[in-house]
Write a protein that binds this ligand. Sequence first.
Ligand code: PGA
Length: 247
Amino acid sequence: MRTPIIAGNWKMHKNVGEALETARQLEESVQGSPVEVVICAPFTSLSALNALGLSKVRLGAQNMYFADQGAFTGEISAAMLLDVGCEYVILGHSERRAIFKEDDELINKKVIQALKMGLKPILCVGETLEERRAGQTEDVVISQTTKGLAGVGADELPKVVIAYEPVWAIGTGETCDAADANQVIGKIRETIAELYTPELAQKVRIQYGGSVKPSNITEIMEQSEIDGALVGGASLNAEDFVAIVKY
Ligand code: PGA
């Protein structure tokens, strides 16, 4: 049995005070939930969130650089994230791919470094609307999964979480049909089974992301292959995020 994992991706929202307030509300309301709950906050709030000493809610970052340290102005290392209590790091989010031109090779270096340092990567994959219309959805997720996981050892694989996020469903209010998402996620699992073994593929948690909200989470979580959600907009409001966690 895979433990469900629901992560909030706050993106570039919330100052420290707002982050603390939302985290406190969340921590109180999700106690006892069987779901693993993660908030991926902006870098600036992580240290203060860590100082809250949250027991149920875990901390994640939204990005990192692959080098140990050095002259990389503006970047953040895995060690820095561990130092402020992060357990997870989102890597290869579609906004990083599209706006900041991150490619599979760079994302893979980050995945390797995160695992080497003891952080659990949430590796995002997903097709654009153009690719979906051209019938390339499966090819895209197979390729991104394969390249993202290159060099990841079998012993490290269960620490990786994959997030299937169709780019056209992110922040648009348009959700991918749950059965459709289940099928693509099944394809991702099949890919992992081919790269490793079917047994190992069963251990990897794969989330759905893209306009997840309280009204559609139940149907999403009912799907056999979907192990959780990566939630953007709806994770900013504690009440909505709690409702999602308690699907
Ligand atoms: P959304 O974002 O829930 O606002 O669509 C999801 C994401 O980008 O991870």
